[in-house]
Design a protein around this ligand. Structure first.
Ligand SMILES: [Fe+2]
Length: 137
């Protein structure tokens, strides 16, 4: 059985425990989605997971954005978060209209998380270390 420890890899770490813990929780939500994908009858749980996801990304993005508010490309990163929220809202809409492909949503979530953490978050967190080190000298 897959669990968070088989999914989370050390190379996903941004170097800040609070953010890593939140990212791990997002992977847990992905695992939940993935595990209920075959239970077409299980409407209540898919609804709960999708609403929890929307709630949690809201909290997570505002926490994360707080760490690199001084980054010169802050707005760009924020726009990526917004686009992600829009996509999840679109999935939510599809769910309400009873035409959601849960597998497609689960795959999108996993791919986005990995790509975004590895290619964007880690870069921003590293940049911030340099920016802070530079401002101290
Ligand atoms: Fe991010």
């Amino acid at each position: 059985m897959r669990n968070i420890d088989t999914v989370w890899k050390p190379e996903y770490s941004v170097g800040v425990e609070e953010i890593d813990a939140q990212h791990r929780y997002l992977f847990e939500l992905w695992l939940m989605l993935d595990s209920i994908r075959d239970q077409e009858e299980n409407r209540r749980s898919r609804r709960q997971v999708i609403l929890s996801l929307l709630d949690y990304v809201d909290l997570h993005f505002s926490t994360e954005e707080g760490y690199y508010r001084d980054h010169p490309r802050y707005a760009e990163h924020r726009a990526l978060h917004r686009a992600f929220v829009d996509r999840i809202r679109a999935f939510e809409q599809e769910m309400e209209e009873d035409r959601l492909n849960l597998q497609a949503m689960a795959d999108f979530l996993r791919d986005w998380l990995i790509d975004h953490i590895v290619n964007t978050d880690i870069r921003y967190f590293n940049d911030m270390k340099e920016i802070r080190a530079g401002s101290r000298s």
